[in-house]
Design a protein around this ligand. Structure first.
Ligand SMILES: Cc1cc2nc3c(=O)[nH]c(=O)nc-3n(C[C@H](O)[C@H](O)[C@H](O)COP(=O)(O)O)c2cc1C
Length: 306
């Protein structure tokens, strides 16, 4: 029997629970040269803003123990070029398309989302209220329940299909922000974005990133991400897409067990671009060994100590 890997989030069915994470494969064109994107549950684009952004000067990435720091600064082509130059490619892909949206003001989030509402092939929006690498917007929204609710509610008014709120780990209580996003009209949570971090070159006494600080990602953050997914799953009521340090199918199973319905793979794509394909194969084999017929049989099934 072939295990059934399909998952449904907010009425949208995904062929499997494995998605790319925003910012780790641009708009999908390069990744499509490595494997057919139909192998993914969904492709998540880089954050799109109203105007094009060059981002921060290099160096804007640095390797750390079991992870990396980045302060890209939301470099992207902007909504006009995205629609003109990137959507035609995305429309042809046989996978679900999730467009990640960012902004410096709530109006910017709303304006970009309204433009995307007209493009039926954009299945879902992921609202990035958690970017640690920009001076305005981003994390500022994601750290305030009131601003989170306002931002999501603004997008809700203009975008008729599902909305994912991408949450920041850089908060005291992630469930407060999750509840505010739910209140604003979100359909699902993406947990987590990167954690604020830095690194200093001891020869030059310079930070290794021109932004001085960045976002920590990769295997180093997996235990934190798992604990946050577990917390949100236990206390909040929407489906969760788990993100943080996933490189293998084994990592995915941990996220499913603590309550994620789907997952995203980010930093691992830089090391092994076909990691999502290997992960899907690994999940199938694991399920066969464990005699599990459906991926849902694992979601939230961690056997906690009481
Ligand atoms: C180079 C780089 C760029 C990123 N850009 C974005 C972005 O534009 N928008 C966003 O929501 N997240 C962005 N992220 C965060 C990832 O989507 C993801 O939440 C984070 O990397 C944790 O997952 P990972 O440990 O699998 O990489 C970026 C991460 C990296 C490494």
């Amino acid at each position: 029997m072939t295990p059934d890997l399909r998952v449904t989030i907010a009425g949208v069915e995904f062929a499997n629970p494995v998605m790319t994470a925003s910012g780790c494969c641009n708009y999908g064109e390069e990744l499509a040269q490595v494997f057919p994107l139909s192998k993914l549950g969904a492709l998540v684009t880089k954050s799109i803003t109203l105007k094009p952004r060059l981002g921060h000067p290099v160096p804007r990435t640095a390797e750390t123990a079991s992870g990396m720091l980045n302060a890209i600064g939301l470099a992207n082509v902007g909504i006009d070029a995205f629609i003109k130059d990137k959507i035609p490619f995305l429309e042809k892909q046989k996978t679900k398309i999730i467009v990640n949206v960012a902004g410096a003001t709530i109006n910017e989030y709303v304006e970009v989302s309204a433009r995307l509402a007209d493009i039926g092939r954009v299945d879902i929006l992921e609202i990035n209220i958690s970017c640690p690498n920009v001076d305005e917007g981003g994390l500022e929204f994601g750290q305030s329940p009131a601003l989170t609710e306002k931002c999501i509610a603004g997008v809700r008014k203009v975008f008729p299909r599902p909305i994912i709120a991408k949450l920041a780990p850089n908060v005291t209580d992630i469930t407060q922000i999750a509840d505010a996003a739910h209140q604003g009209g979100a359909d699902a949570f993406a947990v987590i974005n990167s954690l604020v971090g830095t690194s200093v070159d001891i020869d030059t006494w310079r930070p290794r990133l021109t932004n001085n600080r960045g976002g920590l990602t990769g295997p180093a953050i997996k235990p934190i991400a798992l604990a946050m997914v577990d917390k949100v799953y236990t206390k909040c009521k929407l489906p969760i897409i788990g993100i943080g340090g996933i490189s293998t199918y084994r990592d995915v199973i941990e996220f499913l067990l603590v309550g994620a319905t789907a997952v995203q793979v980010g930093t691992a794509l830089f090391v092994e671009p076909d990691a999502p394909v290997k992960i899907v194969e690994g999940l199938k084999e694991y399920m066969k060994t464990k005699k599990l017929s459906h991926i849902n049989d694992m979601i939230g099934k961690v056997r906690k100590y009481t």
